[in-house]
Design a protein around this ligand. Structure first.
Ligand code: PGA
Length: 265
């Protein structure tokens, strides 16, 4: 299948693997991922690994052993950052600090919204700061179970897109990635249907078209996230508006290689 956009498979390791384990795991999966990505001569898929902040440097040192040509297709991402440049913000990490090691950053994950009170406005500030520092933001949105059952998905998504994705610098718009992650599907083993996720992805692209323009909307990468495995990835990838996946649980297992393989082949 010819894709309109590069496929992106991002692995959100969440709070798993300190530096030692992270290094061990990435050494284990990297040769296989490299073989899948380059064995087929395919450079249509980008893989982004997102370990905990403390393990970024350990993973970076392993990624740096790859030939330069391969480094363009296996990126390192953080799971969060703060929007301020520097100063008295104990425990926070700035965009420039993240940029020293990473090229991407996950923002507004539902766990950050749920446990750490992140709002759409904060996510918007972080995304703008990420873009200004040359980072690719992976901005997470999605409805919860109650909203899903009440048929409010489209309304929730519209509000999140309008508030998280507004007022971005026009010259950096092509770097934005949106991950549609219905909260009820995260870590539950109960993924959305490809049709349901595809319809939301289509609605996100349509909203983006009205907020910016056709060209920008066509360049937007939209990922699906929520109980993605090597078994169901192809169903999601078959939808023209879904460009890849944000993978949680399966990203810290060998199944991650299977997911990448199924996308590439
Ligand atoms: P999951 O998590 O794949 O374990 O459902 C996805 C995510 O939280 O990004």
């Amino acid at each position: 299948m010819t894709r309109a956009r590069t496929a992106i498979i991002a692995g959100n390791w969440k709070m798993n693997f300190g530096p030692t384990e992270a290094k061990h795991f990435v050494k284990e999966i990297l040769p296989e991922i490299g073989q899948v990505l380059y064995g087929s001569g395919s450079t249509q898929t980008l893989c982004i690994l997102c370990p905990p902040t403390i393990s970024l440097e350990a993973v970076r040192t392993v990624l740096d052993t790859l030939p330069a040509s391969q480094q363009n297709y296996i990126e390192l991402g953080a799971q969060n950052m703060y929007f301020e440049e520097k100063g008295a913000f104990t425990g926070e990490i700035s965009p420039a600090m993240i940029h020293e090691l990473c090229s991407a950053v996950i923002l507004g994950h539902s766990e950050r919204r749920m446990y750490f009170g992140e709002t759409n406005e904060v996510v918007n500030k972080k995304a703008k700061a990420a873009l200004q520092h040359g980072l690719r933001p992976i901005i997470c949105i999605g409805e919860n179970q109650e909203q899903h059952e009440a048929g409010q998905t489209e309304q929730v998504i519209r509000e999140q897109v309008q508030n998280c994705l507004c007022n971005f610098p026009v010259e950096r718009l092509q770097d934005i990635v949106v991950a549609y992650e219905p909260i009820w599907a995260i870590g539950s083993g109960k993924a959305a249907t490809a049709e349901g996720a595809g319809n939301v992805a289509q609605a996100i692209r349509q909203l983006y078209r009205t907020m910016y323009n056709e060209e920008v909307a066509n360049a937007l990468h939209i990922l699906y996230g929520g109980s993605v495995t090597s078994e169901n990835i192809n169903e999601f990838m078959a939808h023209p508006d879904i460009d890849g996946a944000l993978v949680g649980g399966a990203s810290i297992k060998a199944d991650f290689v299977g997911i990448v393989r199924n996308v590439v082949v």
